[in-house]
Design a protein around this ligand. Structure first.
Ligand SMILES: *[C@@H]1O[C@H](CO)[C@@H](O)[C@H](O)[C@H]1NC(C)=O
Ligand SMILES: *[C@@H]1O[C@H](CO)[C@@H](O)[C@H](O)[C@H]1NC(C)=O
Ligand SMILES: *[C@@H]1O[C@H](CO)[C@@H](O)[C@H](O)[C@H]1NC(C)=O
Ligand SMILES: *[C@@H]1O[C@H](CO)[C@@H](O)[C@H](O)[C@H]1NC(C)=O
Length: 741
């Protein structure tokens, strides 16, 4: 758990960077003493048990998408990871290399049925980590289904840059992802449900993850229908009625639509209603609404007149017209407000690399309110942001200030070149230090341009059970200048107990550089899972299709040499080789780390736990408690009374800061956890059973989910004790419609 042990572990992937950090840490005592875990937190490397798919600390895969399952495990997917398929031109072998074309080129007909095996090898990057058992198993990627619109072809289902969000039953909906990389990045239409209970039934150690699963084999992935059009970078907003609403993303080359132009954004809002889902009628759950002509919406808000396309970009008349208007962002950071409207902050993605002159990146400070009644969608303009929306500023709905906070992010730019060792390195777009806040009650924005210590982009902001917020990962630029220290924001209060702002504290440094495509999520034990990172584009050296293998007792290890990680960007696209990315950073980071926030070091090993939850005097009893694979889960409903039995409480406290909170399960990609949502649950101490010898009971009257804005879903329920140390989370499903878990 402590840094000493850490440095003994050799990380195959990142010796040079580790060396830097060791040197820094040797000098650290002279700079500032930053070792006390109870103040600065503590890091540990993740070295999974050897019987899974990991090789030492290397997971053997990039992890662009991370989701917490109700079982407490972390599901990671990456799909094809925007790698290139060799041969690729590199500097200095080629003085003027051509940019790689990514893996799926439209002119090579990559989705023909005859190419399915090769396709599967290239997209097959998925794994599950169990923090309790310290196991990491590679798991199958979803199997493509037949394309109903193109004879003899399968429907692409690459999970790279897919959108994901939990359904009320804890399963996860994955929507879209990469269709082609060339002639440009486009989205596919396929969607899949990941079934977390099925995952628990599979003994992954005996599964050869390299093979397409047999049709009748246990498989956690369920095909869940096609969206109307492709989506590359979509976000999903959970609604109070259990539906998910999908926004944004580039369309694909979609049959039945005019040929897409480059950077064409999907103007449909789509709904997935899990209560209508049937495996033999996968379209039943889907409804699409085109908002292209909706008044006051982004697609009818003129921002960019006249529009001059970038020479060389496929921009026909439709493209020129559309680019005069605003548009949905990529991975738009949208929030369901208490009054039922969805607020579109306009933060999201539009990174530097996509056009060298930024002409197609919308410059806008507009925001929008969206009202959804069944499938009727209306827009109202929101207050303008005080600065143009950035890319990859991370955001969260702050329970302390009652605002949406947007931190850091890249102002629209074509990126920065750095001159080092006689070569031009491409660093990407530079981040910023700003905090922009949308205040929910007054509906206005404020800005602090120097909130962060240094420019940051590609980071996440995670709400912790203690109402603290951890800003973690990221870098000065998307592809350069990693920032190794998290910042812990701790709320400050005045004498009347009103929130008056945050105390900022730098935490101890991690080891791995977490550039573009990193993820960070809160685990049920209160620690933070951190993985992934991209400094440039890797190259696939070979695609050997493994032979059918049966009766294995241990997972085959990934071939770590099948992907070339030693390269860097010399330009906005072209690659150089014979050196790990800039300043020794590998192209993809395959090692994971875990950060323990300071709260875990309160009172040594003592830790409160939620021993049981009891439904009281039920007028209408329901099956509120289930055991699944030896773990207990509770189903909570609105306006009901529960007693919660606690153990491991401190014997004595000064001023009590105890609380009971729920945090929705995380779902993180591209520097934003769009899953997390913090709900504080007021409670009373049960007097007849006052806290006694470390045990106690509290009484919870649950709020009304509709008025308290609690979408039906799984949440981590934490009891934070009077000293400020959170219990491990009890997984609960808060859902008024469910009859059982
Ligand atoms: C898991 O296995 C159990 C026992 O065989 C079975 O009852 C259950 O339906 C399975 N769950 C899923 C989701 O397949
Ligand atoms: C929009 O952002 C620009 C650039 O920062 C700023 O100059 C302008 O005042 C903003 N507009 C509004 C309406 O806030
Ligand atoms: C599976 O492998 C074990 C150990 O190698 C062997 O004893 C057993 O016969 C094999 N079973 C099958 C069905 O091949
Ligand atoms: C208090 O708890 C400790 C540890 O569980 C136990 O040994 C002790 O007997 C308890 N004392 C009382 C008075 O219940």
């Amino acid at each position: 758990m402590h840094s000493k042990r850490y440095f003994i572990q050799k990380n195959k992937e990142c010796n040079a960077m580790q060396f830097l950090v060791i040197v820094t840490s040797l000098f650290a005592p002279f700079l500032a003493v930053k070792s006390d875990s109870s103040i600065y937190g503590s890091w540990e490397p993740v070295i999974p048990r050897s019987d899974g798919g990991a090789v030492g600390q290397s997971l053997g895969m990039q992890t662009v998408h991370s989701v917490l399952l109700p079982s407490g495990k972390v599901l990671m997917t990456s799909g094809s990871s925007w790698r290139n398929l060799g041969p690729v031109e590199f500097y200095p072998d080629f003085p003027n290399p051509k940019a790689g074309r990514g893996i799926w080129n439209k002119d090579q007909d990559p989705f023909h049925n005859s190419k399915l095996d090769e396709y599967y090898q290239l997209v097959n990057n998925a794994g599950v980590y169990d923090p309790k058992e310290n196991t990491f198993y590679r798991i199958s990627h979803p199997t493509p289904v037949d394309d109903p619109l193109v004879k003899d072809h399968f429907a692409p289902n690459d999970l790279f840059c897919t959108g994901h969000q939990h359904l009320p039953d804890g399963n996860i909906l994955f929507a879209g992802g990469t269709q082609y990389y060339y002639p440009y990045r486009t989205g596919h239409r396929a969607t899949y449900i990941f079934d977390w209970k099925k995952e628990l039934n599979i003994t992954w150690s005996t599964v050869d993850w390299r093979l397409i699963p047999e049709p009748l084999a246990e498989n956690p992935w369920i095909f869940s229908g096609f969206m109307e059009r492709g989506r590359w970078y979509t976000s999903l907003v959970p609604l109070l009625d259990g539906r998910l609403a999908l926004f944004g993303g580039y369309v694909g080359f979609d049959v039945g639509y005019p040929e897409m132009y480059q950077f064409e954004t999907n103007s449909l809002v789509e709904f997935f209603d899990p209560s209508l889902f049937e495996t033999n009628n996968t379209q039943a759950a889907w409804t699409a609404v085109d908002v292209k002509a909706s008044p006051n919406g982004p697609f009818t808000s003129l921002i960019n007149q006249p529009f001059q396309p970038t020479p060389g970009v496929n921009c026909d008349d439709r493209c020129k017209l559309d680019n005069q208007y605003d548009v949905f962002k990529l991975y738009p950071e949208n929030y369901l407000l208490d009054d039922g409207r969805i607020f579109m902050t306009r933060e999201g993605d539009w990174v530097s690399m996509r056009t060298s002159d930024t002409a197609h990146m919308r410059r806008t400070n507009r925001t929008y309110f969206v009202t959804i009644k069944e499938t009727k969608i209306t827009f109202k303009p929101g207050p303008s942001r005080l600065d143009e929306a950035t890319s990859y500023g991370t955001s969260f709905l702050d329970p302390n200030s009652q605002s949406i906070m947007i931190l850091g992010g890249q102002p629209t730019s074509s990126g920065t070149f750095l001159y080092q060792q006689k070569e031009n390195y491409y660093a990407g777009g530079r981040g910023s230090r700003k905090l922009e806040q949308f205040h929910l009650s007054s509906e206005h924005w404020t800005i602090d341009r120097n909130f962060l210590d240094e420019d940051r982009t590609m980071h996440s902001a995670l709400i912790l059970p203690t109402r603290q917020v951890l800003i973690i990962n990221g870098a000065n630029y998307d592809f350069y200048g990693p920032i190794f220290y998290p910042i812990l924001l701790t709320p400050r209060y005045n004498d009347q107990n009103a929130f008056i702002g945050y105390r900022k504290q730098r935490m101890n440094v991690g080891v791995q550089p977490r550039l573009y495509h990193n993820t960070a999520i809160l685990l049920p034990d209160g620690r933070i899972w951190i993985s992934g990172g991209n400094s440039a584009r890797a190259t696939v050296r070979n695609t050997i299709i493994p032979q059918q293998q049966t009766n294995i007792t241990q997972q085959p290890k990934p071939n770590l040499d099948s992907v070339d990680l030693d390269m860097y960007f010399i330009d906005d696209g072209p690659l150089g080789r014979h050196q790990k990315g800039m300043l020794g950073v590998p192209t993809e980071i395959w090692a994971a780390e875990i950060f323990s926030p300071p709260y875990l070091f309160i009172d040594g090993n003592r830790r409160a736990s939620i021993r049981d939850i009891q439904l009281l005097t039920p007028p209408k009893a329901y099956n509120y408690k289930s055991v699944i694979h030896e773990k207990t889960y509770y189903l909570l409903k609105s306006n009901k009374n529960y007693n919660i039995i606690l153990d491991g409480l401190p014997m004595r406290c000064g001023k009590s800061i105890a609380s009971l909170v729920m945090i929705k399960l995380p779902s993180n990609t591209h520097g934003w956890d769009g899953g997390q949502k913090f709900v504080e649950l007021p409670y009373t101490v049960v007097p007849s059973n006052a806290i006694n010898n470390g045990t106690g009971q509290i009484h919870l009257r649950t709020p009304n989910a509709q008025t308290a804005n609690i979408p039906p879903a799984f949440y981590m329920l934490f009891y934070v004790d009077c000293k400020g140390k959170p219990s491990e989370a009890q997984m609960v499903r808060f859902d008024d419609r469910a009859q059982e878990l």
